[in-house]
Design a protein around this ligand. Structure first.
Ligand code: NAD
Length: 397
């Protein structure tokens, strides 16, 4: 694994847990974790359960006894690490968004296609697909229970940078993160809604905004938390503040290729909203609603029932026949955020061990990147209608 902070901890918990919960054809051994600071990565290895640590990710690639490389760093290092790992025949799990640019994502998807021919697997970490209620939503759509999908309404709202004094962490710098709320949380609802509906976004009209354009430089950061350097300018030239180079919020309307109309909102300025991911889908025969803050539940309206009995039904998605749930607790004994990562590792290990291709593939993640790119271009052009380039053509090119 490369990176030991927010996602490093979430993925480590999943790697530790997955073989204890699921009966799988292969067992994960947590061999080597990489970070740039020797002291901190040594502590992380100990705390998170890794056998050893290193400060150079190339050590993971060089070791013959390492089969899988799990990339949990910011987007500016995804492409370099993934390309080296795939070339060395390592299976790769890479956090989302796949890359910082379409050209990097295109190169990664092409390398994954080449590696796949020799049995090397790759997957992008869109973990919300693996929340049981979300997987169940997809099954309801695939089984035709919603009929023809007409509307998709998706929001992903946070508020961790509302304070203008919150520092300029890597997530607010284009060269490190690629984009802001759009690529960080917007990417999740793009992937989730395409996964659930089986339809892909074909075109968009978008607005993006950076509400706070300059922020203090950070002293340190991890995940969504950071501290400010109280010492002021470090020398005569370096300012104590820096420019925000990404969007704080992105809003767009979209057409899906199966005929649905969709709206998306991703913001880090939704005061009071901490990690509020909500998706509603309306079809000719019914509707479903998922709310991450109530992740064990799904609201389902079945319009084929007698009119007098219709209404949104709250389904508690904890029965053993629900996706992923048979290995957990008795019905009603709920699960949480971290379980989505255990499910991710389960599916990844199973695919690698049985010689199947895990999803979402790098090509799927490239398609999400193409949507992010279309949103950015549309916003730059005064919200003009912008078609999303087909991913397959891009990989072939
Ligand atoms: N799936 C999800 O729900 C989810 C949630 C949060 C973040 N993410 C994604 O995970 C990735 C990491 O985000 P995070 O929140 O964990 O960030 P973070 O700031 O908490 O951690 C980043 C880690 O990467 C390390 N790192 C950075 N550059 C490195 C390099 N060149 N070599 C070795 N280590 C390096 C840092 O030291 C740190 O340990 C991003 O791509 C982000 O978009 C996904």
């Amino acid at each position: 694994m490369v990176g030991y902070a927010f996602m490093g901890a979430a993925h480590s918990q999943a790697w530790r847990t997955v073989n204890r919960v699921y009966d799988l054809p292969a067992r994960a051994r947590m061999a080597l974790i990489c970070g740039r600071d020797a002291g901190k990565v040594a502590d992380a290895a100990d705390r998170l359960g890794w056998d050893a640590y290193t400060t150079d990710w190339r050590d993971l690639i060089a070791r013959d006894d390492i089969d899988v490389v799990d990339i949990c760093t910011p987007g500016d290092s995804h492409a370099e690490i993934a390309l080296a790992a795939l070339a060395a025949g390592k299976h790769v799990l890479c956090e989302k968004p796949l890359a910082n640019t379409v050209s990097e994502a295109r190169e990664m998807a092409a390398a994954a296609a080449v590696a796949q021919a020799s049995g090397v697997r790759s997957m992008c970490g869109f973990n919300y697909r693996r929340v049981p209620a979300v997987t169940m939503m997809r099954q309801l759509v695939a089984d035709g229970r919603l009929g023809v999908i007409r509307h998709v309404r998706a929001t992903y709202l946070q508020d961790w940078i509302v304070d203008p004094q919150f520092p300029l962490v890597w997530r607010l710098q284009r060269d490190k993160a690629g984009s802001g709320a759009l690529g960080d949380i917007g990417a999740h609802i793009i992937d989730l809604t395409q996964f659930v509906t089986g339809q892909r976004i074909s075109g968009v009209s978008a607005l993006t905004e950076t509400f706070v354009k300059e922020r203090p430089l950070p002293a340190g950061s991890s995940g969504l938390a950071a501290t400010v350097d109280g010492a002021g300018p470090v020398d005569g030239h370096r300012p104590a503040t820096g420019l925000v180079t990404v969007d704080d919020a992105a809003v767009f309307v979209a057409r899906l290729d199966g005929g649905a109309l969709a709206t998306y909102e991703a913001s880090r300025f939704a005061t009071g909203r901490k990690n509020a991911l909500r998706v509603e889908i309306n079809g000719s025969l019914g509707s479903v609603v998922f709310d991450l803050e109530r992740l064990n539940e799904l609201e389902f309206h079945d319009a084929t029932r007698p009119t007098a009995e219709q209404g949104f039904t709250r389904i508690l998605v904890t029965e053993s026949e629900h996706p992923y749930m048979s290995a957990w607790w008795p019905p009603g004994h709920i699960i949480g955020y971290e379980h989505s990562f255990t499910h991710e590792m389960r599916d990844f290990i199973e695919a690698v061990a049985t010689g199947a291709d895990p999803t979402p593939s790098f090509a799927d993640a490239l398609q999400v990147q193409l949507v992010l790119d279309a949103v950015t271009r549309s916003a730059d052009l005064g919200s003009s209608w912008t078609e999303v380039e087909p991913a397959l053509a891009t990989v072939a090119a």
